[in-house]
Design a protein around this ligand. Structure first.
Ligand SMILES: CC(C)(COP(=O)(O)OP(=O)(O)OC[C@H]1O[C@@H](n2cnc3c(N)ncnc32)[C@H](O)[C@@H]1OP(=O)(O)O)[C@@H](O)C(=O)NCCC(=O)NCCS
Length: 233
């Protein structure tokens, strides 16, 4: 049995607490101590769990500690992961709901959170700290780079490459063989039929960019710099 804290006491953190509780119902894997948050909270957050402190609680823990990041936005998730990675006693377990189905993955990083009713098909690569939220579907031979968040009921077809730190909004769909670049967002309900470049926010059906900070006026048909995000973990 391992001590565990959830970093982030918001809605996602509470949802993760429920996944942990459900896993513990079957096999008692984790002693869930509570939440850690940058913002002080007093009192109970969820069930009998409280905020124990900020990042210093983890740094000063003094014995092995499992940490799950309850942070949906990919870039802050990466920042906190990199900070905590420097603590030798911190480990990032994979938290996978017992109703999720994962068939013969190619590679899986650490710190994954896979919510209820997700389906991950054959030969899929998932980087570190990837979240698949409720009902997300990832088809064969696809990859999702580290710190990616796939929101509820998004559907990623086969042979899709998703870069690092990219968010796929709830109910979005990605056509097979397409690339969504790093640090990009596909909006809720977006239908991606052309590659989405790095640093782009694309929305609608078909998804078109509304913003691209590093490359203003970039077209969705521009060559994507998505690369092979899962190679480096
Ligand atoms: C795409 C997204 C990131 C844009 O957020 P934002 O930067 O705050 O953008 P705004 O709300 O200012 O909207 C900018 C424009 O895009 C449009 N827009 C925003 N999201 C859209 C979407 N999902 N589909 C279609 N159009 C969208 C807005 O109507 C607005 O259009 P306008 O300029 O013509 O008025 C956000 O709307 C989104 O879809 N996030 C994903 C949310 C999600 O999946 N949550 C899951 C929770 S479990």
């Amino acid at each position: 049995m391992h001590d565990l804290v959830i970093y982030g006491a918001g809605g996602l953190g509470r949802e993760i607490a429920e996944v942990v509780r459900r896993i513990n119902e079957q096999h008692y894997v984790w002693n869930l101590l509570g939440f850690v948050d940058d913002v002080p909270h007093s009192g109970t957050i969820w069930r009998n769990l409280e905020v124990l402190g900020d990042i210093r609680f983890i740094r000063q823990f003094g014995k092995p500690l499992d940490v799950v990041l309850g942070i949906g936005a990919p870039s802050p998730k990466k920042r906190i992961y990199q900070k905590l990675k420097q603590c030798a006693h911190v480990h990032f377990p994979n938290v996978i709901d017992r109703t999720a189905q994962i068939t013969a993955p190619a590679r899986m990083g650490e710190g994954l959170v896979i919510f209820p009713m997700c389906f991950v098909s054959l030969n899929v690569a998932l980087g570190h700290c990837v979240y698949l939220n409720t009902g997300a579907y990832v088809a064969h031979d696809s990859s999702i780079g580290s710190f990616g968040s796939v929101m509820p009921h998004a559907s990623i077809s086969g042979n899709v490459v998703i870069g690092e730190e990219t968010l796929i909004g709830a109910g979005a769909s990605i056509l097979q063989g397409r690339t969504v670049g790093s640090r990009s967002t596909v909006g809720m309900g977006g239908i991606v039929i052309d590659d989405v470049p790095d640093d782009c926010v694309a929305v609608g059906n078909p998804a078109k960019p509304i913003r691209s900070p590093s490359k203003p006026n970039v077209s969705v048909n521009a060559e994507s710099g998505g690369g092979l995000p899962c190679q480096d973990f």
